[in-house]
Design a protein around this ligand. Structure first.
Ligand code: SF4
Ligand code: SF4
Length: 621
């Protein structure tokens, strides 16, 4: 079998392995829900047509009466598996009353790479908790992390999360679309309070309502109508008592909502009925009546609004319009970064097309390369957060394998542009364009090597056999990573941490010490072995090298004498990417252009030196 075909089959095999179908669905059972909702709710049976549990409350004034339907509880993943940066759906629990008010919004699960530790997860939990007190009628606008978070009955500003724009937008989408789907299927909605309202374009709303009109969330006074105040006070007291009974571990994850409203005050706040059953008493007396009622299917009644809209969640507003608006917002807000990046890529393309001119002077090549690596590290990496990572690839595989698409990537313009550029240059020049010029972590390693050289520390060249063996290690790491995506997702989450990019570039080394220690180790390695991490460990480098067979152009000029007898380029190639026989190993070539520079240098290229000497000899006699 020819080598290219074998490579192709190996890559397809690995990708297919990652694409084995995975289904995502909510997995909370009734018992789990019972533990997570306030004690005064009785949880009914899951609805026959929707993955939604009804919540009932017993009226204290009428102990014999049937418990009344007050709210629905559901997991967003069942309706809107919105994907953030990881490509995996984020899952939240929503308790929504019959008027579409959110009584509770709680983050259940996420795999967002920047927020996997407890502090990061807490940030996302705090973000999600801000939706408590909002409703399907609200237009939500995500502000910066220090946004004052103003809100009124129609418009709500929520605080964003630093470096988490994509993740919080995914959370917002999950909440909006899941709530809209349930509201559309189960609640009576009028044109003016359509669940679609939450998807309205924030800019229109801004024009209509200035933030100064909105209620200050720091104002502790709830917005209560006169008739509702007593019921709400009773409900709030009950809720507070319930809160005190919540286990400490659960409380730790709860975040108080800044803007108390009637909807937040408790299940009586809808103003339909009297106070809820007081804590302890009456509950036992009416337990059997409650249990039998909960076992019944939810009835359509005055208290249980009829489903005037289709019960099929697919009839709910689709994500596309909001996604498109998110994309447009993301691209507009990052237009300065996009412009700088496109300029940088244009300069690089011109330089690589004119590679011989660029490398004609070794000194100029070194200076320009160093400047470009500083741009890559400083701008692409630390400023614009454009570090491509294996997580982009695993996220894409995850999304495709779970029936999603790649639309979530559109929220990150830097990533999309860089991947498109890398895709094209992979076909033309191979992985070297990215690894040699555009990877911020790669640039950081090379700059550290240069610094080491400047203080007299030269990197060691490994013996060819050892170098070749170690270069195989990164492919093994990549294969284990892809297989673990399917076989053991938790292991895959752990394995992607082999990339120190998140620590060194995305989080500026502000992470738990084991991650920082690993990143520092990888960087220090480049003091002793040139780009040691890149050449031997990096799974992203391995992934790019694996598709090296797609490269159509062997762009490095060679002479007959390359390899036999001349070994100059091979000895000068810091990446050990030239075989003793002369051919270039493009999988390991980082497009540093050193050998292109040597090729045209009459002082360093052996055939040129010989030619020059021979010419002199001819002229001299
Ligand atoms: S091998 Fe990895 S770390 Fe090195 S330049 Fe390529 S992607 Fe970046
Ligand atoms: S010197 Fe090595 S890494 Fe640089 S361009 Fe030539 S073969 Fe590639």
């Amino acid at each position: 079998m020819c080598k290219k075909l074998r490579d192709l089959l190996a890559v397809i095999g690995l990708i297919l392995c990652g694409l084995l179908p995975q289904a995502y669905a909510g997995n909370l059972a009734k018992g789990d829900i019972e533990r997570m909702v306030d004690y005064f709710y009785g949880v009914g049976e899951i609805l026959p047509d929707l993955p939604v549990y009804p919540l009932f409350v017993k009226d204290a004034a009428q102990p014999e009466a049937k418990p009344e339907l007050r709210a629905y509880v559901f997991e967003t993943i069942d309706f809107a598996p919105a994907r953030g940066y990881s490509g995996k759906p984020i899952n939240l629990l929503i308790i929504m009353d019959l008027s579409g008010n959110f009584l509770k919004v709680r983050l259940l699960d996420h795999k967002e790479p920047l927020f996997l530790d407890s502090a990061g997860t807490l940030k996302l939990e705090r973000f999600a908790a801000q939706y408590k007190g909002l409703s399907t009628r609200h237009t939500v606008e995500i502000g910066p992390y220090n946004d004052p978070g103003l809100r009124d009955e129609q418009v709500a500003h929520v605080k964003g999360v630093q470096q988490g724009t994509i993740s919080v937008k995914a959370i917002n989408r999950a909440i909006v679309h899941a709530a809209a789907a349930v509201a559309t299927a189960r609640l009576k909605t009028g044109a003016e309070d359509s669940p679609v309202a939450m998807s309205r374009e924030a800019k229109d709303v801004k024009e209509l309502r200035e933030p100064r009109d909105l209620k200050d969330p720091k104002d502790p006074r709830p917005v209560l109508a006169a008739d509702d105040s007593k019921a709400a006070a009773t409900a709030r007291a009950a809720a507070e008592t319930a809160e005190s009974r919540v286990p400490a571990a659960e409380k730790k994850n709860e975040v108080t909502t800044p803007a108390p409203s009637l909807a937040q005050a408790g299940p009586a706040s809808a103003g339909r009925t009297g106070p809820v059953t007081p804590v302890g008493e009456s509950v036992a007396a009416t337990a059997s009546a409650t249990e039998s009622a909960l076992a019944q299917p939810v009835e359509e009644s005055a208290a249980s609004p009829s489903a005037v809209l289709p019960s099929n969640p697919s009839a709910a507003p689709t994500a596309s319009s909001t996604d498109m608006q998110d994309w447009i917002d993301a691209w507009q807000s990052r237009s300065p970064h996009i412009l700088i990046l496109l300029s940088g890529l244009t300069v690089l393309s011109i330089g690589l097309i004119a590679q011989r001119r660029l490398s004609a002077s070794p000194k100029r090549l070194r200076s320009l390369r160093t400047v470009y690596l500083l741009f890559t590290l400083g701008f692409i990496g630390w400023t614009a957060q454009g570090q491509l990572t294996i997580v982009n690839l695993t996220a894409a595989l995850e999304s495709l394998s779970s029936g999603g698409d790649l639309g979530f990537l559109m929220n990150d313009p830097m990533t999309i542009i860089l991947w498109l550029f890398v895709g094209v240059t992979l076909l033309v020049w191979g992985r070297g364009t990215f690894c040699g010029w555009l990877c911020p972590f790669g640039a950081l390693q090379e700059l550290i090597s240069l610094l080491a050289n400047a203080i007299g520390k030269k990197q060691r060249r490994l013996r060819a056999a050892l170098d070749a063996r170690l270069k195989g290690l990164k492919y093994l790491i990549l294969a284990v990573l892809i297989v673990s995506l399917y076989a053991s997702p938790p292991l895959a989450e752990l394995l992607v941490e082999i990339e120190p990019f998140k620590t060194a570039i995305s989080l500026y080394f502000m992470r738990d010490w084991p991650y920082v220690a690993w990143a520092v180790f990888c960087l220090l390695l480049s003091v002793f072995v040139y780009r040691g991490y890149c050449r031997y460990i990096c799974p992203l480098g391995a992934a790019l090298a694996s598709v090296g067979f797609l490269r159509v152009w062997s762009w490095i000029p060679r002479r007959q004498e390359c390899g036999t007898p001349c070994q100059t380029c091979r000895h000068r190639c810091e990446y050990q990417a030239i075989s003793p026989a002369g051919p270039i190993n493009y999988r390991e070539c980082f497009q540093c252009l050193d050998c292109v520079s040597i090729y045209q240098d009459e002082q360093r290229c052996f055939p040129l030196i010989r030619l020059r000497t021979a010419e002199r000899a001819v002229i001299k006699p």
